[in-house]
Design a protein. Sequence first.
Length: 334
Amino acid sequence: AREQLGAGEVGFVIAGIKELKAARVGDTLTVASRPAAEALPGFKEVQPQVFAGLYPVEANQYEALRDALQKLQLNDAALRFEPEVSSALGFGFRCGFLGLLHMDIVQERLEREYDMDLITTAPSVVYEIVLRDGTLLQVENPSKMPDPGKTEQIREPIVTVHLYMPQEYVGPVMTLCTGKRGVQINMAYHGRQVMLTYELPLAEIVLDFFDRLKSVSRGYASMDYEFKEYRPADVVKVDMLINGDRIDALSLIVHRSQSQYRGREVTSKMRELIPRQMYDVAIQAAIGANIIARETIKALRKNVLAKCYGGDISRKRKLLEKQKAGKKRMKQIG
């Protein structure tokens, strides 16, 4: 053992730390008998900006997913996760990431290195919610949004985005930013290159902004962003319902002006993915009790009149009524 390490020397410390989360990268270590007066400057705890739910496809993989996340956290101090239960998807974890790229990397490593089959919910950001009694909440999970009657104000995170591109793509990129509720702050020319500075809601960035930026600029544009502040916003919680039952894992927090579009988008996608049943399946998007979008998956139907060649119409009507009653019973059970 040595009392000190000099410049360029490498050593290790044996401490009585029981959990990895207690030893944060960049934190200051000090001797208990002679504690330092203050921590070394420069340390700032990393705060996740994007959150998503990770659920194993097979329920028996829950413990394996927990072990895999703990192993990833050994060399990724920015990763956060906590257990979460969904009525539709079962047991899983609510995970916090630095951004979309970080989320994609973690998901890919879980699937490739640990052979996990995962269901990932739509990414969301942290909102500040001021209740009528003055309480300030931070909510990143749509299912934990308080009742609108108790909410005084909702604030969304705003980021400063720097976009770099050739000057011929300035128009399409500005149109994209405007459509994402962006506010232009600055525009600077550097030869044939242009730098645009915008203030954008972080929720718009994590959705599909980067993919669309690459599309409108043919891959030439790049971007970086940093958090600025929270601002009041007219955002609402959109619930997804299947045959009247709310699916908590599919809930969204979106700006009111985009709620109908997002609702139609999700219901249409779900209609393509959910297989047809022996009864009608209603897929709805709702804000509170107000239905804003709906798709219906029509039932598979047997032709019960195939063996009826003529005869009294009452016989055909009786067969159709019998089929209708059977479909109704199936819908109640299914």
